[in-house]
Design a protein around this ligand. Structure first.
Ligand code: UDP
Length: 337
């Protein structure tokens, strides 16, 4: 292990900091003056995505390595992003999800307790709600996940709540809605070999990497028949994390917050906006529903706005798509180079 940081400022350990959301949070932490150490096994992350601090390439299953890192860096808080996130894969291979997302979270929590780390930020998801009965969804809605991915995250939330009752320990769990967009300077963004997300697939269709974009289902009980989602820019989400961190470090109690803008767009609206932003009329076809897609997922985000004073800066679908588009083009250039 190569430990190079010498800064004496507050150190934050970020698991999964080389991945899409984690790398944007590492950037935000670095910009805010924190000392950062990323712990990532690089299964889906990339070393170049870690713009600040040190990178330790290791797995959360490796308890000894975790202890070494805690011992060396003495983090004041942990932010936990490292997880598998592909819903259909979780249905085919649930144990992979329970081991990596749930069991490895327990390893991390035990290490936190062993080293006296009391502040923990957890990367959760709107998938914990399953198919919500009411829109917008507030944090008190029932947790009824409909796939092992969502269940693996619910289990960790329950474990976290139990830990607060048993140990000197506090956490913030952030439930993400549809995260999209990229660093405005084009340094980092989403990289997925088999993308499933709507905006990424639209951009790749425009670049000719996918033949045509399929709209999965046009018979939903929504105004235009396609599903509605709450798309949030990754840098606004990253800012929610630094606010949650400040809150915990200043002694705040455990909280759960939805992270979304509080309004949604249909698949058709996203497709139209993507065509407009890119100036490319890419091929689109209507097809059947994708299994497990709820008709609408929109956050009630009033709690995080009121309690942490979170004020999104990029609540603009065109901006989200534009930053994602610049990133996709940069990725394509990088691949050709
Ligand atoms: N979707 C679509 N075509 C695609 C990818 C996604 O119609 O190629 C739809 C999907 O059915 C859902 C919405 O777009 O209604 C958002 O899907 P995404 O996978 O981006 O995020 P999710 O909400 O599933 O996390």
């Amino acid at each position: 292990m190569n430990f190079t940081s010498t800064s004496t400022s507050t150190c934050i350990l970020v698991t999964g900091g080389a991945g899409y959301i984690g790398s944007h949070v590492v950037k935000a932490l670095g910009e805010a003056g924190y000392r950062v150490v990323t712990y990532d096994n690089l299964s889906t992350g990339h070393p170049w995505a870690v713009l600040y601090g040190d990178l330790v390439v290791a797995d959360l299953a490796d308890r000894e390595k975790l202890r070494d890192v805690f011992n060396h860096y003495k983090p004041k808080a942990v932010m936990h992003f490292a997880a598998h996130v592909v819903v259909p894969e979780s249905v085919r291979n649930p144990l992979k999800y329970y081991r990596n997302n749930t069991v490895n979270a327990v390893n991390l929590l035990e290490t936190c307790l062993e080293f006296g780390v009391e502040s923990f930020i957890f990367s959760s998801t709107a998938a914990v709600y399953g198919e919500p009965q009411e829109i917008p969804i507030d944090e008190g809605a029932p947790l009824e996940p409909i796939n092992p991915y969502g269940q693996s995250k619910v289990l960790v939330e329950k474990i976290l709540a139990d830990c607060t009752r048993a140990y000197p320990f506090r956490y913030v769990s952030l439930r993400y809605f549809n995260v999209a967009g990229a660093d405005v300077q084009g340094r980092i963004g989403q990289v997925s070999p088999g993308p499933t997300h709507l905006i990424t697939r639209a951009l790749k269709t425009a670049l000719g990497q996918i033949d045509r974009l399929e709209i999965y289902g046009t018979d939903y009980p929504t105004p235009d028949g396609t599903c509605i989602r709450d798309y949030i820019h990754v840098d606004d989400l990253a800012h929610a994390h630094t606010l949650a961190l400040e809150y915990l470090l200043s002694g705040g109690d455990s909280r759960v917050y939805n992270c979304g803008y509080g309004h949604g767009y249909s698949v058709r609206e996203v497709v139209d906006k993507a065509k407009e932003v890119m100036g490319i009329d890419f091929p689109v076809v209507e097809s059947g529903r994708r299994e497990g897609d709820p008709p609408a997922l929109v956050a009630d985000s009033s709690r995080i706005r009121e309690e942490l004073h979170w004020q999104p800066q990029y609540d603009d679908l065109a901006y989200i798509i534009k930053t994602a588009w610049e990133w996709e083009k940069a990725l394509q250039r990088r691949r050709k180079a």
